[in-house]
Write a protein that binds this ligand. Structure first.
Ligand SMILES: NC(=O)c1ccc[n+]([C@@H]2O[C@H](COP(=O)([O-])OP(=O)(O)OC[C@H]3O[C@@H](n4cnc5c(N)ncnc54)[C@H](OP(=O)(O)O)[C@@H]3O)[C@@H](O)[C@H]2O)c1
Length: 323
């Protein structure tokens, strides 16, 4: 009886096991996805860019190198196996327009063409919730690729997460050093449902098998409720046993900086890049990472889906405990 049960379990495992080709495996979410795929016993091959070096997390994974700007090179990444699923976690590291279009659009487009040419049936894309209200170059580049993927004929999942823990942990060292917490406006201009790398990776993993997560755009947050920057500051002071101290920055100040850098950007590429960084900063200072209700013209926490169990505040506590 026991033997029979384990044979059935084994045959289910073998059938469920997919051959997955993962792009962007060296990134924050890419590494978490690689771990989740390995733990679930899928067969995993990671594609890295030449010379970028393989993080420790990927030490036990099959890996190959490719230049994602070159279609021929991308095709070679598919030669080692017949893959069932492609997962792309690549993203421009700078977000400046040229790089965003080269990576978030063109590199993904090259991967999609190679996947189709090699008979891959399923494509899972890590995108971002902010593309629903596009104002930045990288958001337009991501949207252009999302459209191409939707029209490709492949089974697709477009995962649009809310804020990552790493993006909300930048002020911990300031607070530990006794400095004030920086807030835009009153600290309640925006809200998000942060999601951990591990929970997001599990959600992406689930896209492989769950028909409810296929041929869809999937906005996804971590466990609620939605929180503001002010609440993030409050908890950091509480965890470090300090009296809250805030420095409030008017968002209009960013408008002035952007205008000056834009002007300078007419004659300097460096200033133009800085203007884009400032625009990115203003976007996140003023826009919530929640589902946007187009009709009501507001963000809606109630309809922003939640997944997982890791909370940002537990993550803060862990980081603060570390020496
Ligand atoms: N941060 C947030 O709060 C947040 C929230 C929602 C959604 N997102 C979205 O999540 C996505 C991934 O985020 P992440 O934090 O995991 O990104 P990340 O850590 O910056 O990783 C980016 C990955 O893309 C690869 N890549 C970049 N440029 C490349 C190129 N020219 N050729 C080949 N590979 C290249 C990187 O490879 P190398 O290691 O070789 O550079 C790396 O593997 C992004 O689309 C982002 O917009 C972020």
């Amino acid at each position: 009886m026991r033997l029979g049960t384990s044979i059935v379990a084994l045959s289910i495992r073998m059938e469920d096991k997919k051959r997955v080709l993962l792009f962007g495996a060296s990134g924050t979410i890419g590494q978490a996805v690689a771990k989740a795929l390995r733990d679930a016993n899928h067969s995993l091959t990671c594609v890295l860019r030449a010379g970028s070096g393989s993080p420790q997390e990927l030490a036990e994974c099959a890996a190959c190198e490719a230049d994602l700007s070159n279609q021929e090179s991308v095709l070679t990444a598919f030669e080692s196996d017949e893959f069932d699923v492609v997962i792309s976690c690549i993203a421009s590291r700078s977000g400046i327009p040229d790089d965003a279009w080269a990576v978030d659009y063109q590199a993904n487009s090259n991967i999609l063409k190679a996947a189709k040419a090699n008979g891959v049936r399923q494509f899972i894309l890590l995108s971002a919730i902010c593309v629903q209200k596009p104002g930045l170059a990288f958001q337009h580049a991501k949207l252009a690729f999302e459209k191409e993927l939707q029209e490709s004929g492949l089974t697709y999942s477009i995962v649009r997460p809310t804020a990552f823990f790493k993006s909300l942990s930048g002020q911990i060292e300031r607070i530990k050093a006794g400095k004030p917490y920086l807030l835009f406006g009153d600290g309640e201009l925006t809200r998000c449902k942060p999601i951990s790398d591990r929970d997001l990776a599990q959600y992406i993993l689930g896209c492989i098998e769950d028909p409810g997560r296929q041929d869809r755009i999937l906005p996804i947050g971590g466990p609620g409720p939605a929180i503001t920057p002010l609440e993030q500051g409050e908890i950091l002071f509480e965890l470090t046993g300090q009296t809250p101290r805030y420095r409030r920055i008017p968002p209009a100040m960013l408008d002035v900086i952007i205008a000056v850098l834009r002007l300078a950007g007419l004659i300097s590429k460096r200033a133009a890049a800085k203007a884009e960084y400032a625009k990115i900063g203003r976007y996140y200072a003023t826009e919530s990472m929640l589902v946007w209700d187009e009709q009501a013209q507001r963000y809606d926490a109630a309809v922003t889906p939640e997944f997982g169990s890791d909370t940002l505040f537990d993550h803060y506590a862990e980081l603060i405990r570390q020496p």
